[in-house]
Design a protein around this ligand. Structure first.
Ligand code: GDP
Length: 196
């Protein structure tokens, strides 16, 4: 798949306003600042496809990008901002759960986590939801360039030891948008999902 053909299609304020549940999509999720936008931009070879600057608490939109007529990338709003009111957090969690449960065209979920502090509560919850909906998960340990090779390998090993506890199809890779480390692996998994 040529990911550089990704184009912005629409922003949806909630899951009910996403495009029709047809074709195939894969979604990207992560805590705010995990490196999701940078990863999407690296993947699509576009510097500004996903916005890397955020205003905490601002209305959060689901961004939809098309690859081909029947294949989409979904950029889910970042979670975990301390300053977001609880009511909005809970609403978002509910709608994220619904999206994972109801969306028939969803083939896989990429969960981006800073390699230095992966598997926070909401990350784990999200992975649990995906697994219980039979959705494949790729845990992407981002900003791998921040660690030396030894520490990076250790972080990967620890993550690989942690994922069987989730039960389902959960893989782990290390990744860096800066060095493009892990990009081929990310592309491989996405291509598998999108071509199913
Ligand atoms: P998002 O909130 O998950 O979309 O995160 P962003 O992509 O906006 O990245 C958050 C911050 O982390 C920004 O300052 C990025 O420059 C930085 N960042 C993202 N990816 C990497 C990476 O691979 N390596 C390093 N060193 N910094 C990164």
């Amino acid at each position: 798949i040529n990911f550089s053909q990704a184009r912005f299609l629409t922003s949806a304020p909630n899951i009910r306003q996403l495009p029709a549940d047809e074709g195939i999509e894969v979604a990207f999720a992560g805590r705010s600042n995990a490196g999701k936008s940078s990863a999407l931009n690296a993947l699509t070879r576009q510097r500004q496809l996903a916005r890397t600057s955020k205003t905490p608490g601002r209305t959060q939109l689901i961004n939809v990008f098309t690859l081909t007529e029947s294949q989409r990338l979904i950029d889910l709003p970042g979670y975990g901002f301390a300053k977001v009111p609880l009511e909005i957090k809970l609403k978002w969690q509910k709608s994220l759960g619904e999206y994972l449960q109801m969306r028939k065209c969803l083939r896989g979920l990429v969960v981006l986590m800073d390699i230095r502090h992966p598997f926070k509560d909401l990350d784990q919850e999200l992975i649990h939801w995906a697994v219980s909906s039979n959705i494949a998960v790729l845990a992407v340990l981002t900003k791998a360039d921040k660690l030396k090779s030894g520490a990076r390998k250790k972080a990967l090993m620890q993550a690989e030891e942690a994922v069987p506890a989730f039960g389902g199809d959960v893989k782990v890779i290390t990744f860096s948008s800066t060095s493009k480390h892990g990009l081929p692996q990310l592309e491989d998994t996405l291509s598998q999902w999108l071509n199913q």
